[in-house]
Design a protein around this ligand. Structure first.
Ligand SMILES: [Zn+2]
Length: 406
């Protein structure tokens, strides 16, 4: 035995003696396990993506916990409205994020993928948790920046276009490793999922398959990290997406159809959805007269019609709402380069099969082997509140899945 090894053995022996002494010493009993909820979204992961090839983390999570055949997004099935429904349990008509692009008539402000939580008209989960005395953590979630009516999450990381999803998983696991008094009870995070690949290459592309293999590796890392925490840190993990994806092959230029003179009629397109705002009766008549020139298959609805058909509403929706059928989308003017025809799009009628998203859950509250036929995006927030044992969101349109699920 050389000197180095002898030294190592002596150090190991003394560590062992100290450890045994600590274990034997009378002292305060360990604090009871404090459960945490992690709500992770994977953008644009359609309900059937995880089943198209072997993805071990997704199948293992389905076997270990609960899954649903599909998660039905709200109308419109767009990223900002759907994430806001996931966070509040309310419909876009109620939480106020009625599209990715819209006009707030009251203030005259235009919403275009805005990040500030102040746009939400009802409280998000992180504010409900903080107000109930529980620490919340939020990362990259749409409409989560800044305080909501004076309440901000204890831990926050804003959207960073360059950040990788692996960093998000490390951030979540870092928070779960904090000592109990500082450990957040609610962690909500957005990840890229397969949205970018779905838009650029289409839902049936190799690009989406590659993105799903990456999402599976990400999920494997998160689940392994949670398992390694041990029984002192029980975690309920929910993995959902905000919408699915439909193939697209044509673009409709709505500005060529609707007569524009200055700021109004104000036209706000979000994928296949278009809100048209008018200020005068003359504009209303001119827009109504022009809608007959839209290509066949596009639904043009008045406020009353869209409310009745899709439960859409609120002050922020347009006077006219136009919706493309799957296969078509409106040209967008918000960002350079968006005039190229995408290969995939969402935002359509949420009941269409291609608009369905994913739902997976595991942990103490979601024991093995349950398959639900359908969950709605609006069910997630009331369910998370139930797991946290705090009152449900005041404007929730969904149900707590822990009670009376089929
Ligand atoms: Zn999305």
């Amino acid at each position: 035995m050389n000197g180095t090894i002898q030294r190592s053995v002596r150090i190991l022996a003394s560590v062992l003696v100290i450890a045994l002494a600590v274990a034997a010493a009378p002292g305060p009993r360990p604090a009871p396990a404090v459960p945490a909820v992690v709500l992770l979204t994977m953008d644009g992961v359609r309900w059937d993506y995880p089943q198209r090839e072997a993805l071990p983390a997704f199948s293992s999570m389905a076997a270990a916990g609960w899954t649903a055949r599909r998660l039905t997004p709200p109308f419109p099935s767009l990223t900002f409205p759907s994430h806001s429904t996931l966070a509040t349990g309310a419909s876009p008509a109620r939480h106020g994020i009625v599209a990715n692009n819209f006009l707030d008539r009251a203030s005259g402000r235009r919403f275009s993928d805005e990040r500030e939580a102040s746009w939400l008209e009802v409280p998000p989960l992180w504010a409900l948790a903080e107000r109930a005395g529980l620490k919340a953590a939020v990362r990259s979630w749409p409409c989560s920046q800044g305080a909501w009516n004076g309440t901000a999450p204890s831990f926050f990381q804003g959207y960073d276009g360059d950040a990788r999803d692996g960093e998000t998983v490390s951030w979540i696991l870092g928070l779960l490793h904090r000592p109990a008094p500082d450990r957040p009870r609610l962690i909500m995070a957005w990840t890229r999922g397969a949205d970018h690949a779905g838009h650029g290459e289409g839902p049936d592309s190799e690009g989406v398959r590659k993105a799903m293999r990456e999402a599976d590796r990400l999920l494997a890392g998160l689940r392994a990290g949670i398992a390694a925490l041990g029984p002192s840190t029980p975690v309920d993990l929910l993995v959902v997406s905000d919408h699915g994806m439909a193939p697209v092959n044509r673009m409709v230029d709505v500005v060529k159809v609707i007569p524009k003179a200055g700021y109004y009629p104000f036209i706000a397109t979000s994928g296949p959805l278009c809100n048209v705002y008018v200020k005068t009766e003359a504009q209303r008549r001119a827009v109504a007269a022009s809608l007959g020139r839209l290509p066949q298959g596009i639904l043009s609805m008045t406020r009353a019609e869209v409310e009745k058909r899709f439960g859409y509403g609120g002050d922020r929706m347009g006077d006219f709402v136009l919706l493309c059928p799957p296969g078509a989308t409106f040209a967008s003017f918000s960002r350079k380069g968006d005039r190229d025809v995408p290969r995939g799009m969402h935002g359509y009628d949420p009941s269409l099969p291609d608009m369905g998203g994913i739902f997976y859950a595991e942990g103490p509250q979601f024991p093995s082997g349950k398959t639900l036929a359908e969950v709605r995006a609006a069910d997630i927030a009331p369910t998370v509140c139930a797991v946290l044992r705090i009152p449900p969101p005041p404007s929730a349109a969904g149900r707590n899945l822990l009670v009376g699920s089929p």
